[in-house]
Design a protein around this ligand. Sequence first.
Ligand SMILES: Nc1ncnc2c1ncn2[C@@H]1O[C@H](COP(=O)(O)OP(=O)(O)OP(=O)(O)O)[C@@H](O)[C@H]1O
Length: 248
Amino acid sequence: MRIEAPALEIEAVSHAFGRRVALDDVSLTVPAGCFTALLGPNGAGKTTLFSIATRLYNNRSGAVRIYGHDIRRTPSRALAELGAVFQSRTLDGDLSVRENLAYHAALHGLSGRAVRARIEALLERVGLGERIGDKVRTLSGGQARRIEIARALVHRPRLLLLDEPTVGLDLASRTALIAFVRELVRSEGVAVLWASHIFDEVEPEDAVTVLHQGRVVASGTAALIGAGDASLQAAFRRLTAAPAKEEA
Ligand SMILES: Nc1ncnc2c1ncn2[C@@H]1O[C@H](COP(=O)(O)OP(=O)(O)OP(=O)(O)O)[C@@H](O)[C@H]1O
């Protein structure tokens, strides 16, 4: 029996900006087909970790593997499996929705009728099929977020990294977005790493890694991490109140 490699393995990764240490010996695993939450307060290192996993920054220590492909040794195979949505908006407001997605597809070497059909299907899936010809700057924040997720899925990645995707969205848009992402995990087996500091986005059975001051201070299911405290939120408050120590 062939055992599938985890969707994402981060192994002993450290990163510093000058003398400021942003990640200190971080390891975490996102199993294939699973939703994993990465919780951390502001400045914990979540975006830095995503930047390393997407190869925006090079990891000088440790290793990052996506479905077994090392991002330094076989970057194109690793990145082909990866879709990412960053906190800051990266759509071109002066291009149409279709053009934004087609441009992303072209960067992955994809064009033609099949890709056009894929783009239309994804936009239907995120409930924005009728906005395909509209300029991105005419969309609301929540709609633009859904377009960014659709764009991240164009090349059929099996791992999706989402960096605080619900920031700035109202409650209804937030709920709809997380439901959509969980449905992707359930129906298509996409693995998700969801960075956030919003606790009601996390279910008790979700795998959770808590990052604080560049270190992993807890990992396990949300229920397990919250078990000794009144809730996951209480455990998070305790874990991130003190200076970060090695994971217990
Ligand atoms: N380009 C940069 N130059 C210098 N320091 C940086 C840079 N990017 C991040 N840092 C620092 O690295 C640390 C981790 O930042 P990072 O943005 O990864 O945290 P985060 O968990 O994503 O925070 P937030 O929730 O506020 O987005 C912080 O101390 C931050 O000030």
